[in-house]
Design a protein around this ligand. Structure first.
Ligand code: ATP
Ligand code: MG
Length: 466
């Protein structure tokens, strides 16, 4: 067993091929293929102890219990699985009764969370075909085919065919450690193909978020979309406008904060999905050549941080994603004669309220996001006590990083970032010297004439400016 596993890690694709050959599925669609433990590399050492506990307890209580989805897919690809999903024939109530540390959640899709410290194991009951009447109205579909609720229990086969991609329909059976492959997922892992189960257009209509999942997995796993899975994307992209904003927020974080944000972003653009998530941003690209570069810079630095296990915040990312439209509106207000600070505030307000119709950004992220924007106007103003006050702002660090992005993206001339870098690292004496070097036309702020005029109005502006 161990030998098979090491061989697998050296060359996962090769090894699987040698195990299963390359013959295609017989006519009539995929058939269940059971891969015994000796023939696959998923060992219990790869799996979390908590997940195993859940599986064993279900099994010992007489239920079927499988690990399914991303964890088995990732393990077969030689990656360390990060979260574990369990599928069982126990109902949510039966699951809850078995685990003291569990909680029933979700309405649209009822599942049970079993908590072990910080780790949560998601346990779901096998789902059946939504169209069938099982006596209760527990599945519900909208006029355009979207599944609004989906709590019809079924068999494991039905459950498998209701999953999104073939590679996500692999089940690891705790009873004998075999893997059940219901949709030729192993074949697609070998050929690195992302393929929806069933008719792609129908599956996207049922749940438009599957379009986002398609590009997310393609980017994360470096897989190709199968032709039929790819074909409907552009046409069906507008279906995303029907998805509740709260769900799109969660999904957006997965798209951009899982370490493959840049690649994911490019796929979203290629398939016309991005404008469905950030319509005003996509429009701003036409007028502001740097707006897209700001986003790419933000995603690249987020990817790097994720890879190094450093913390990332949605506030920073959303600040970058919405900066283009904020700037367009601010400029329009200023052209109407509004001073820069209220112009930025009015622009932020408008852009955020428009964006919330698509993606709900919780206040705990939108407030710091707006601080980051506000600070962009304070960073160029450094004379007197201002540099010290700005330095003390709780969001200074994020705002400074954001300034660097803007410089790198070519929105503003470089220089100010360098100054702040020196100022942060300087002792008091050196700070005084740096302040002495600040003259009337710092990079990133309006020209000297305008500045002087504003300085004369300082008493009026002072409260909102400090
Ligand atoms: P990861 O956790 O790495 O993002 P995952 O495949 O485990 O990937 P989850 O969102 O954790 O993704 O979902 C677990 C499993 O549930 C998936 O593998 C898939 O089988 C199924 N699933 C999730 N979302 C959908 C969906 N929108 N439509 C159909 N099946 C889904
Ligand atoms: Mg998962």
């Amino acid at each position: 067993m161990i030998k098979g596993f090491t061989r697998f890690l050296q060359s996962p694709g090769e090894h699987l091929k040698s195990l299963f050959g390359t013959q295609d599925a017989p006519a009539g669609g995929p058939v269940l293929r059971i891969i015994p433990r000796e023939e696959h590399p998923v060992s219990r050492q790869l799996l979390s102890d908590s997940a195993l506990k859940v599986l064993y307890r279900l099994h010992n209580a007489g239920f079927e219990a499988f690990l399914v989805g991303g964890c088995i897919r990732d393990a077969l690809l030689g990656r360390q699985p990060k979260d574990f999903d369990v599928a069982t024939d126990a109902t949510p109530e039966e699951i809850r009764d078995l685990f003291r540390n569990s909680r029933l959640i979700g309405r649209r899709f009822r599942i049970v969370h079993v908590r072990f410290g910080r780790e949560v194991i998601e346990v779901t009951t096998f789902r059946g075909k939504p169209g069938e009447d099982h006596g209760q109205h527990i599945a519900h579909q909208s006029d355009d085919g979207m599944l609004l609720r989906d709590n019809v229990w079924g068999s494991i086969e039905e459950d498998a065919l209701r999953r999104d991609f073939t590679i996500n329909a692999l089940y690891y059976n705790i009873a004998d450690f075999s893997i059940h492959d219901f949709a030729d997922g192993v074949r697609d892992i070998e050929s690195r193909t992302l393929r929806l189960i069933g008719d792609p257009a129908t599956r996207y209509r049922e749940d438009p978020v599957r379009m986002l999942r398609a590009v997310r997995f393609a980017a994360k796993l470096d897989f190709e979309l199968d032709g039929t899975t790819e074909a409907p994307l552009e046409e069906l992209a507008p279906q995303l406008l029907q998805v509740p904003p709260a769900r799109l927020f969660d999904e957006t974080l997965k798209l951009f904060m899982s370490g493959h944000g840049v690649a994911t972003y490019h796929l979203l653009r290629d398939y016309g999905l991005f404008p469905m998530l950030f319509p005003e941003t996509a429009e701003a690209f036409e007028e502001l050549p740097w707006a897209e570069a700001v986003i790419e810079q933000a995603l690249a630095s987020t990817d790097q941080r994720v890879q190094r296990d450093r913390p990332v915040t949605p506030a920073f990312l959303f600040a970058a994603l919405l900066w283009g439209p904020v700037q367009l509106h601010q400029r329009a207000h200023e052209a109407d004669g509004m001073p820069p600070i209220p112009a930025l505030q009015a622009a932020s307000q408008r852009v955020v309220s428009r964006q919330l119709q698509h993606i709900s950004i919780p206040k705990r992220f939108s407030l710091p996001m707006r601080d980051i924007w506000d600070l962009q106007q304070r960073l160029p103003k450094r004379r007197g006590k201002r540099a010290f006050q700005t330095r003390e702002h709780p969001r200074f660090r994020a705002a400074y990083d954001f300034l660097l992005l803007r410089e790198a993206a070519g929105e503003i001339e470089p220089g100010l970032g360098e100054w702040w870098n020196a100022f942060q690292n300087a002792d008091e004496h050196e700070q005084r010297r740096l302040l002495g070097k600040v003259d009337v036309d710092p990079a990133g702020s309006p020209g000297p004439r305008k500045r002087r005029r504003r300085r004369r109005r300082k008493p009026q502006n002072a409260p909102s400016d400090s």
